[in-house]
Write a protein that binds this ligand. Sequence first.
Ligand code: AMP
Length: 213
Amino acid sequence: MNVVFFGAPGAGKGTQSALLARRKGLKHISTGELLRQALDEQTAVGIHIRSYMDRGSLVPDDLVIQMVNDALEGLGEGQGFVLDGFPRKVSQAEALSHQLAKMGLALDKSILLEVPRRVLIRRLLGRRVCQGCGVNYHIESHLPQKEGICDDCGDVVAQRPDDNEKAIEKRLEVYEESVKPLRGYFQKVNRFVIVDGMGDTEDVFTRILNVLE
Ligand code: AMP
């Protein structure tokens, strides 16, 4: 099974993609995660992209497309994938389609997770993320038992540098500009569905499994 998730920052793409990948044995390919790894490793790429990410802009296409192509080429024999945060633009969707055709693969479903803007802002401002395993917490609804320490892996839980008001505003603006054309593209070429991203993680996950059946 090959699935693409798209949706606004804070819609739950990361959480739901990880759940789906675990449940179905798929490779989880998150461009946000891959880019943050490059930042942490202080590679030449990392240094180049920091300014884009910190202010909430999209990093240049060629870089992200190459990252995704490399990840796809690293798939195991017959292994499916969940793409999380890619494509974010029609140009990226076209590059993906080209790469999949080259590999003899196709998308089974493109899923748009929909959440109202006011909820997105609350989710993002209160979000805290484990620096080790990437599990999300929230200051209002889901704090780790020991302050600042992940319940699952014991690593540090902190706020993402781009989860501040200014960068959130920019990320939502970038999303709103790109979502219409991207949605139009997926409606034409893929099995496109909208899933309501409101409510508990488990409820949203059940909705996703239902549309994948
Ligand atoms: P995310 O973790 O998906 O919220 O992504 C965090 C940041 O990484 C975004 O604000 C962008 O700066 C960058 N990024 C992630 N995915 C992409 C993409 N497909 N194209 C361009 N930039 C991206």
